[in-house]
Design a protein around this ligand. Sequence first.
Ligand code: SF4
Ligand code: SF4
Length: 106
Amino acid sequence: MSDRVYSKTAGWQDMAAGGVIPQAGNAEEYATGGWRTFRPVRDDEKCIDCLQCWIYCPDNAIKVIDQKVSGIPYDLVHCKGCGVCAAICPVKCIEMKPETDFEDEN
Ligand code: SF4
Ligand code: SF4
């Protein structure tokens, strides 16, 4: 059993502030992909560069150069492995693979 003591009179004003996000896009400044358990792997032969994965990626981890994603690596520093890109891809050319498959590369 926990030995923590909770005040019966403390209100929310007495709590320490947490989860403050002072500006949009501030996660760009630090690595957020460290807890990824699955990694997106794209088959560039099948990719039609429709850019839907780029539109839907919640972590801005898909890079686009000259309106193409194929041939360009993912930003794995920020990719959290959510699988949205694989789910949205109309030609199903993205496979989510376990990070354990890449242990030799890390
Ligand atoms: S959604 Fe699929 S086909 Fe479209 S750009 Fe992304 S990987 Fe390529
Ligand atoms: S797995 Fe999620 S975070 Fe990673 S590239 Fe795909 S949509 Fe973006």
